[in-house]
Design a protein around this ligand. Structure first.
Ligand code: G3I
Length: 371
């Protein structure tokens, strides 16, 4: 499985990189001596970055990037360059940040991230063309007041998607076209989009994005879909429906927001779920991994966190077509968790002083010693 995956991924990666005119990744295994069972490394794996260790797997390891921290914290910015081979804008590619005033785009911060990625030979995972959160107030208030009719909302969505995908054409590897469109009861989420446009907004969004850039990979993305369950089953059915209608869906993103107290998975469960999307012809990615815990951290919680990170990474590595493993921030110094979950935190691979936690070491080891 590993060899066939590497060959397949290598071939796919070569084609994908060629069409995207991106620097070709090293062929798998070129920097490792495979001595049968053990895998020997030229340098101590514990001293290698995640991007170095992931290279032989043809896997991109990424992080969400907080552009305020990126501009204010040199250590934060420099570690992104050395540690990761992919980046995702944590916020600056969302509608509220890109178009805070109707018809007035704020491309600056997103363009800065894209240029930094180019300089650092990183691929960019675009997040996100459509969501029910972080929409500009001119749009949500316009719909609420009736000033924006459903027909006008559909035109605004089409324009937004085409404007954004066109602006970044040739610079984005993947787009999260729609984010979190199924709720935790495995139903289409009851959002401004479903209420005003009906279920067709999902297919339309993919078609409009593909119309604007036929080479970028187009993803569905959600949380609580790390293993097989009602919600991931609903996505499996949705993807089958979209593909049957000829909708250009290319990838499935499993966010991976976990908690040391629940929602933990084995690598078997992760692989089993991702592989069924691969069997439909999609590539897959872990797109927003973090593992929060009740504060303060202790050894038990940090070990549980390491197990979860390791299982998600191993599941991705041994899945048929998992091409990216992205963490939703990499240092506890900057994390969305404390602001959203009172009393919780410490969700990332490095602590607030950029020191490796057990989870970082576990991810390094899985990357280093998985065939
Ligand atoms: O930009 C404004 C700033 O102008 C203002 O002064 C400040 C205070 O109100 O708010 C700033 O916006 C904040 C934004 O992050 C940028 O920092 C929003 O209030 C805040 O709600 C927003 O939180 C983001 C959250 O999505 C919104 O739901 C988090 O940073 C971000 O990590 C989180 O990411 C999401 C993914 O996009 C989708 N998957 C789940 C994940 C976690 O919720």
């Amino acid at each position: 499985m590993r060899i066939s995956r590497l060959v397949t991924a290598g071939a796919l990666a070569a084609v994908a990189l060629w069409t995207l005119n991106l620097p070709a990744a090293a062929a798998p295994g070129t920097d490792q001596a495979d001595t049968g069972g053990a895998i020997e490394h030229a340098r101590n794996p514990a001293e290698q970055s995640l991007r170095e260790l992931a290279k032989r797997h043809n896997l991109r390891v990424g992080t969400a990037v907080d552009m305020t921290a990126f501009n204010n914290d040199t250590q934060y910015r420099e570690r992104i360059a050395t540690e990761f081979s992919a980046v995702t804008a944590e916020n600056v590619m969302k509608w509220s940040e890109l178009e805070p005033q109707r018809g007035v785009y704020n491309w600056g911060p997103a363009d800065q991230l894209v240029e930094s990625a180019r300089q650092n030979h990183q691929l960019v995972h675009g997040h996100t063309l459509l969501w029910h959160n972080q929409l500009p107030t001119w749009l949500t208030q316009g719909v609420a007041s009736g000033e924006i009719t459903p027909d006008e909302l559909r035109q605004l969505l089409r324009k937004h998607i085409i404007d954004v995908v066109t602006h970044f054409k040739g610079k984005i590897w993947h787009w999260d076209v729609v984010n979190e469109v199924i709720d935790d009861n495995a139903q289409l989420r009851d959002t401004i989009w479903l209420q005003n446009l009906g279920p067709s907004y999902i297919a339309d969004s993919f078609r409009w994005a593909h119309e604007a850039d036929r080479r970028v990979k187009l993803y569905l993305n959600d949380y609580n879909v790390e293993g097989i369950g009602a919600k991931s089953n609903a996505y499996y059915a949705l993807v089958q429906e979209l593909l049957a209608d000829g909708v250009p869906v290319h990838g499935f993103g499993s966010q991976g927001h976990l908690d040391t107290r629940f929602g933990n998975y084995s690598a078997f469960q992760v692989k089993e779920n991702l592989d069924r999307f691969a069997d439909l012809g999609l590539e897959t990615s872990m797109t927003e991994v973090d593992v929060r815990m009740p504060m303060p951290p202790d050894a038990t919680k940090l070990n549980a966190q390491a197990q979860s990170y390791g299982a998600l990474m191993l599941g991705c590595l041994v899945a048929k077509r998992c091409v990216m493993f992205t963490v939703w921030g990499y240092t506890d110094k900057y994390s969305w968790v404390p602001g959203f979950f009172t009393g919780q935190g410490a969700a990332n691979l490095l602590d607030e002083n950029f020191q490796p936690k057990f989870a970082y070491r576990e991810v390094q080891a899985v990357l280093a010693y998985t065939r």
